[in-house]
Write a protein of this length. Structure first.
Length: 133
């Protein structure tokens, strides 16, 4: 399955409870988080959360005091088998599509890969032509 999803990126202070306060907003809006990643550097961190919802959350996050960036990601479900990520990244590279961010998870029998790419429309077309749902 290949779809587009929203990703929200925020800067958070590196202190206990900061992540809880942020993700609590998603629960209050009844939004399921399908992917999360973070990086911490000294006093602050960057958190990226992917959701599978058309609900607009930027205003809720801004109202709660978070500066947020909303981006479109590609979500692709693949069989959980060795080599599938190699095939995916080669397909995009061969079509001159740059992957700017990637994260995912696996739970046999499948894996969900979340991608930010240089050209979402072109990537979606290529992926749908090469991966049948």
């Amino acid at each position: 399955m290949i779809t587009t999803v929203k990703q929200y990126t925020v800067f958070l202070p590196n202190k206990p409870g900061a992540l809880h306060k942020f993700i609590e907003l998603f629960a209050q809006e009844n939004i399921n988080i399908i992917g999360i990643t973070s990086e911490v550097h000294d006093e602050s961190g960057i958190v990226k959360i992917a959701i599978d919802s058309n609900k607009k959350l930027s205003y809720i996050l801004t109202r709660a005091g978070f500066t947020t960036l909303e981006t479109v990601m590609i979500s692709i479900i693949l069989p959980d088998e060795p080599g599938n990520l190699v095939k995916l990244t080669k397909l995009l590279a061969d079509n001159d599509i740059n992957i700017t961010n990637i994260y995912g998870t696996t739970s046999a029998p499948s894996s969900r890969i979340l991608l930010n790419v240089s050209d979402v429309d072109k990537a979606m077309k290529i992926l749908k032509e090469n991966y049948k749902s």
